[in-house]
Ligand binder design. Structure first.
Ligand SMILES: [Zn+2]
Length: 288
């Protein structure tokens, strides 16, 4: 998992976290499990490793038994006032095991007016140790009482089967080779990629989807290098050709990952791909 939610871990440690976030996503379940990892990464008493099942806290979180983490889902067609009242009762005492009481509300667009009003005190005069997340598939349907009091995050997941294990499968091999070349030219040869954008990307790919795949592959490669650098993985699995990336420190890798993530976001909205790609390589060259 490396997406915008990952920043929350850093914000927590820098004391910059808001008390409530509203996350719009196209995949509520993915978002929920990523959010659960965020909570684990914040509170794991060990240094959180992928799928930590060594510590009590991570185990309790995984089984939904951590008393200071409450998850609310619609009861039938809506999230009811009684559910929020129960949450308030549960959080009327200081948190156990973790420094914060945390609630996650799935399908926040299903909150009724009375459940949102019951929530108000949580949102307007939050206790220091309270942390809330609302997840929705459409921010426009979330009642304003909630929306206006949260910091908003938009998080979209790709629906394809692209992941680090499948990225050089037959389906993606062509994209993979181009990206592999792109990274090499960028990091090792330090070439001017504006030319390369034209000759290798824009001349060969016309669809927005193509660019999403290309840069998703790039993201996966840098994420893997980051996981290695952070000690979360022992090697860059079967991709020896990227070993040179492991010489970078995590800060340098994160800078690149942020730019790629931003580009992937922009591809969804921005019309002019050429401009977008040029902006991307200019920004990249500033962090390299
Ligand atoms: Zn743990």
């Amino acid at each position: 998992m490396f997406n915008k939610l990952n920043d929350l871990v850093n914000y927590y440690h820098e004391n910059k976290l808001s008390h409530a976030y509203l996350i719009e996503t196209n995949n509520i379940n993915n978002c929920f499990s990523d959010l659960r990892v965020v909570v684990q990464r914040i509170f794991c008493p060990n240094t959180y490793k992928e799928n930590c099942n060594e510590c009590n806290i991570c185990n309790l979180i995984n089984q939904n038994y951590l008393p200071s983490l409450k998850i609310i889902e619609p009861d039938g067609s809506s999230i009811k006032k009684e559910q929020i009242l129960e949450l308030k009762r549960a959080f009327s005492s200081v948190p156990i095991y973790t420094k914060n009481n945390i609630y996650i509300i799935k399908n926040a667009e299903k909150m009724t007016e009375s459940s949102a009003n019951t929530m108000l005190k949580f949102l307007e005069e939050p206790e220091d140790n309270l942390l809330g997340f609302f997840i929705t598939n459409n921010i426009n349907n979330v009642i304003n009482t909630v929306k206006s009091r949260c910091e908003i995050i938009k998080l979209y997941y790709d629906d394809n089967d692209l992941n680090f294990k499948t990225l050089n499968s037959e389906k993606y091999i062509n994209y993979f080779n181009i990206v592999s070349n792109y990274i090499y030219k960028l990091e090792i040869e330090k070439k001017n990629l504006i030319m390369y954008n034209k000759s290798e990307l824009l001349n060969n790919f016309s669809e927005r989807e193509d660019y999403k795949i290309l840069f998703k592959i790039m993201l996966l490669i840098y994420e893997e290098a980051l996981n290695y650098t952070l000690g979360l993985k022992n090697n860059i699995s079967s991709y020896d050709q990227f070993n040179y990336l492991t010489k970078f420190d995590s800060k340098m890798l994160i800078k690149r990952i942020k730019l790629i993530t931003q580009l992937l976001d922009d591809i969804n909205y921005n019309v002019n791909l050429e401009l977008l790609l040029d902006k991307f390589v200019i920004e990249l060259s500033e962090v390299i």
